[in-house]
Design a protein around this ligand. Structure first.
Ligand SMILES: [Zn+2]
Length: 68
């Protein structure tokens, strides 16, 4: 298990970097060090968790919005 249970959902880096959009991506397969994800808009990518699994939920993003 790479990212652990907290890493099941993450922010898609492609949407974030290329389109400044925060999109949820879901893990589609787990590796030993790298998990593979696919976002709701179809981007596929891997995240290297070799430094250790996530210690807190990766979704929703920790960055605060203006929801309050
Ligand atoms: Zn995306």
């Amino acid at each position: 298990m790479a990212g652990g249970p907290f890493a099941h959902e993450v922010t898609c880096p492609t949407c974030f970097l290329e389109e400044a959009t925060v999109t949820k991506a879901v893990r589609v397969s787990e590796g030993v060090e790298t998990d593979q994800y696919r976002c709701e808009r179809g981007h596929a990518f891997g995240i290297d968790w070799s430094r250790g699994p996530a210690t807190k939920p990766q979704w929703p993003p920790p960055e605060g919005g203006d929801d309050e």
